[in-house]
Write a protein that binds this ligand. Structure first.
Ligand SMILES: C[S@@+](CC[C@H](N)C(=O)[O-])C[C@H]1O[C@@H](n2cnc3c(N)ncnc32)[C@H](O)[C@@H]1O
Length: 498
């Protein structure tokens, strides 16, 4: 007869035969983690001896429950009738039927990763999972990497990097996934090998897929080229053909964009690695720029584990890489993201570095903004000394300063083209408009090698040709629509099929 009873935790004990073989394993951390959040999921298995319930399965969960008496005053127990001689066999049977399959392991890790949250930062900080808290509570061996944490919690005998590879296989939605998991399950493929197979297949599929998303458009105002690939290599563009590059790299550890592939730029482990990747991209940009061309790069700060000085480090690295810094503008965001902090003001600006690949002077067109007056106006003033009258002329335009104020982004710029589309970090057209006017001439070619939602499209309106690169096919497809809309009716668009 098997029945489930609620038995007071204080009156339970571990059967001496089980206590003799039981040892503390990493599993107890998993139990603590899940029991604290989800309660007791499975009943313990007990036998009755002289009116006392003795645990024959679930001893580690019982140990956790004893540490959390307010959460577990009682425990669910399945009472089984067994002779002492049958107990060890029963345990072996229970353990063997409970051995986790590779897919079960993946599902468990998936749950833990979802719980920790994908965005490095907010949720983990809020839960007290980062920093001292978690180490004190679970183990001082736990690093802050969430895969390391998950690997520790599930008691997996694999390193966090191998677990990362296993999960990459599990998350993959291509045909090969099930087959690779099956082969790993039966031991015919290691996780590392399975991952390598997956990567090479994935790369081939991506190359095919991405080719479909290269687009070329031509209209009266100008023409565009859109490439769905990483801008680390821009072989399609002739060297020294670009007047101006305006871009914003993915910011350091701030967002996870769609379709970024392996080792996404922005998700490097340290600022140093981030800056190195940043410079690698800039070197490719330098090859494409005219010798008197200009790079304008918008860059936000990251406050991950405190102020990181990302903008300053990038500026210095550019200089060390042979770039001549023309200026560092400040972009003041009129409606910044509300992210309050205990010891600093809400971050409300980003930097815009303007740099040249050589010492040659770049083109610079003075850009004016309309002043409040709206027309030329004669202004009368009188001297305090002798009372003489003076007259001066106030211009309807005013020079702009290197402190540029705009709202973060105007949603209409997207919804008018495609209401379904969204991008995590679009820059406002207004910024692009300003720099395109200042640092290029009609007929020039301008490039955004992280084109995203295609704010650079504004350059087409100004008679410049545009080239865009992005790894995300969804963004490239949106840019195509956006650029075609700018070029208007009669635009000739050519999409290259695989
Ligand atoms: C900050 S967003 C750029 C937003 C863009 N300025 C706009 O106005 O929409 C960065 C973009 O870089 C893309 N990206 C990330 N890594 C890339 C790479 N290696 N090559 C090209 N694009 C990349 C991302 O997909 C994302 O769309």
């Amino acid at each position: 007869m098997n029945n489930i009873l609620k038995i007071e935790t204080g009156s339970l004990d571990v059967h001496p035969l089980v206590a003799a073989v039981k040892c503390q394993t990493k599993k107890s951390l998993t139990h603590r983690f899940t029991m604290e959040r989800f309660g007791q999921i499975e009943p313990l298995t007990v036998v009755m001896r002289g009116g006392n319930a003795l645990i024959i399965d679930g001893a580690e969960r019982f140990e956790v429950a004893k540490q959390l008496p307010t959460l577990f005053p009682t425990m669910d127990c399945r009472v089984v009738e067994l002779e002492d001689s049958e107990i060890i066999d029963k345990r072996i049977l229970l353990n063997s039927t409970r051995k986790q399959s590779i897919r079960e392991k993946c599902r468990l890790v998936e749950g833990i990763l979802n719980f920790l949250g994908k965005q490095p930062g907010l949720k983990r900080d809020w839960l007290g999972i980062d920093g001292v808290d978690i180490r004190e509570k679970y183990s001082d061996k736990i690093k802050l990497d969430r895969y390391h944490f998950a690997s520790y919690l599930i008691g997996a005998d694999i390193s966090s990097s191998t677990l990362r590879k296993l999960m990459a296989i599990y998350y993959y939605d291509g045909k090969q996934k099930e087959k690779i998991l099956d082969l790993i399950e039966v031991g015919r493929l290691t996780i590392d090998k399975g991952y390598k197979v997956l990567i090479s297949k994935k790369k081939k599929e991506q190359e095919k897929e991405q080719l479909r998303y290269n687009h070329f458009g031509n209209g009266e105002l100008g023409k565009y080229e859109l490439y769905c690939q990483s801008s680390l290599c821009m072989n399609q563009i002739p060297d020294h053909s670009i007047r101006l590059v305006v871009n914003s790299h993915p910011y350091f550890q701030l967002r996870e964009y769609r379709n970024q592939g392996e080792s996404p730029h922005g998700q490097e482990n340290s600022v140093r690695e981030y800056v190195e990747k940043f410079i690698e991209h800039c070197e490719e940009v330098k090859k494409k720029l005219l010798s008197n061309g200009v790079l304008v790069t918008i860059i936000g700060e990251t406050y991950r584990n405190g102020y990181q000085g990302v903008c300053t480090k990038v500026e210095t690295a550019l200089e060390n890489n042979g770039w001549k810094i023309i200026d560092v503008n400040v972009w003041v965001k009129l409606n910044p993201r509300f992210a309050p902090h205990l010891s600093r003001f809400i971050s409300g600006h980003e930097k815009i570095i303007v740099a040249c690949p050589s010492d040659e002077e770049p083109i610079f067109n003075v850009v004016k903004k309309p002043s409040a007056i709206g027309e030329y106006k004669v202004i009368r003033s009188s001297s305090l000394v002798n009372g003489d009258c003076n007259y001066s002329m106030a211009s309807p335009d005013a020079d702009i300063t290197n402190v540029i104020q705009t709202s973060v982004f105007n949603r209409k710029e997207h919804s008018l083209i495609d209401g379904e589309f969204s991008h995590d970090a679009p820059a406002p057209e207004q910024l692009y408009d300003l720099f395109v006017k200042a640092y290029s001439l009609p007929g020039d070619t301008v490039l955004d090698n992280f084109v995203g939602s295609g704010s650079i499209g504004v350059a087409l309106k100004l008679g410049r040709d545009v080239i865009g690169f992005d790894v995300d096919p969804v963004s490239i497809e949106f840019c195509r629509k956006r650029f075609d809309a700018i070029l208007g009716q009669g635009v000739q668009t050519l999409s290259i099929a695989a």
